[in-house]
Design a protein around this ligand. Sequence first.
Ligand code: NAD
Length: 241
Amino acid sequence: MSISYDFSGQTAIVTGGARGIGRAIASLLSVSGASVWIWDVEPVDLAGTQSLTVDVTKRDDISRALREMADAGTRVDILINDAGHLGPYASFETFAPDEWEQIVQVNLLGMLNVTHQVLPLMRQAGKGRIVNMGSLAGKEGLPGLAAYSAASGGVIAFTKALSREVNDTDIRVNCIAPGPIDTRMIRDLGNQTVDAMISASPVGRLGDPKEVAALAAWLCSDASAFNTGAVFDMSGGRARY
Ligand SMILES: NC(=O)c1ccc[n+]([C@@H]2O[C@H](COP(=O)([O-])OP(=O)(O)OC[C@H]3O[C@@H](n4cnc5c(N)ncnc54)[C@H](O)[C@@H]3O)[C@@H](O)[C@H]2O)c1
């Protein structure tokens, strides 16, 4: 059974929408009627969406993109904070400081940068939906991904705190904690690591980006108006709490 949504008249920003999970979310929001702007370091040609080159670690990129959208007369109803960077899959002892800095910059500070500039627009409208992409790593702490786990734990805590700061409005802030999902981020780890992830999966497979997109669309819909500050697993049963 497929569920359909009607986001006509709404505008969405999807960071990291050039590929993987973000792309699946951008596609689903777009076919569901939303006007979708993809913000990514990689420009993308995706039917029904508009692409702006934005590095979420650069605050000037974000303000320029918002100015372009304002010039086009758009507002922002939905923000999907999906841009992410995994970094090396290795013991923390072998990390160079610039590697963990980049992980925290993109996954945590990038999300704060974007949210800080978009939130006033939602506050002005009195409503909006923010979906932050966390990770199973942020809930459980995964060996080999210490810095990424720390950044993702920050995403989860930020989601909870921010949701409570805006609960005098109809702005809803939630987090999805996926893993592992079949995207380039995971495939780049190599077949051996992917096979180990599949073996460790209670349902015996990787997730499909479209499955994460379906959850994100639901979180942006009226059906989930009572959810805020929540973390939703999408881990094929791997998450233990
Ligand atoms: N795939 C998984 O199993 C998994 C698991 C847990 C969490 N996540 C999270 O889901 C999100 C999407 O992951 P994915 O698997 O689709 O990854 P992906 O690598 O396929 O896509 C990530 C996207 O983010 C963009 N990006 C990277 N740095 C950026 C920056 N500084 N500014 C703007 N865009 C930037 C990339 O260009 C790319 O389009 C990420 O936040 C990731 O941490 C993924």
